[in-house]
Design a protein. Sequence first.
Length: 332
Amino acid sequence: MQRRTRLLLGTGATLAAMAMLVQYRTRKTERENPPNGRFIEIEGVRLHYVERGQGQPVVLLHGNGTMAKELDVSGLLNLAAEKYRVIAFDRPGYGYSERPRKTIWDPIAQAKLLYRALQELGIEQPVVVGHSWGTMVAIALALEQPEYVRSLLLLSGYYYPTPRLDVPLFSPAALPVIGDLMRYTISPLLGRLIWPAMMRKLFAPAKTPARFKNEYPVWMGLRPSQIRASAEEIALMIPSADKLSTRYRELKMPVLIMAGASDLHVIPKLHSQRLHNEVVQSELILVPEVGHMIQHTVPQQVLAALDKVAMIIPPVHGYVRQTAVPPVQASI
């Protein structure tokens, strides 16, 4: 009995120490990385966004586990802002945007919220750019508001329900009670421990850029609130792709699908190539020797793709593949 008591006391003390460390790191990283954009409240949800540039509106949507700051660090945000009016949101639960628990934040729920926000900001006919999980939000916005979205640029997207090892590994942190305990104690510390390996996989075969290592605030993504958002989206990933994939043929606006041919995180053959085959007005660009974080590795090529899809005039009555967006041979 005494041994059991000592074990329980030791475990409790360890968890308490972890919680104190996580709280300290959370407060420290938020002091060092204050919001650098603006806030807008939609339906009781406070969203943080960054806006730069003038001209044709472009909306940037980041992937799972990151925030608008990641797109800034990639250089893509500033490159695009030289030509366009760029709005980069912290999606619900990321960065400094709220994520109320009363809502299941699947891609359609996020798309509806962002549409309301864009309307409040006076944005019309935007080109919507999504990366990774953000591509599902971009597609959902285009499906829900087909007359509103001018065109889509989809980067390194996950589009079809395929098995994922990260679902059983990382989604438990979204659970009530046990997930809360994990997020405020062990999950941030484990996340920091495996962070370098995760980045190597995401950037492979390229090296993790020095700018990303130096400027991206790792601990912002390891705060308990953001771990919850990320875990929820990992759990929602397969069912969300399954739901959206039944509607891809409804897309009528120009769609440019771009990915790294060597992506180890989301296999292009299973997702980008398959989506291109299904969406008749799409164009596919696979960049050799590039992995999942394409906007960091080849930002100028991504900007060129944005320029291309921004210049295409959306059709009035349906889409004719041969004349509007001629298909190209994928580069492998």
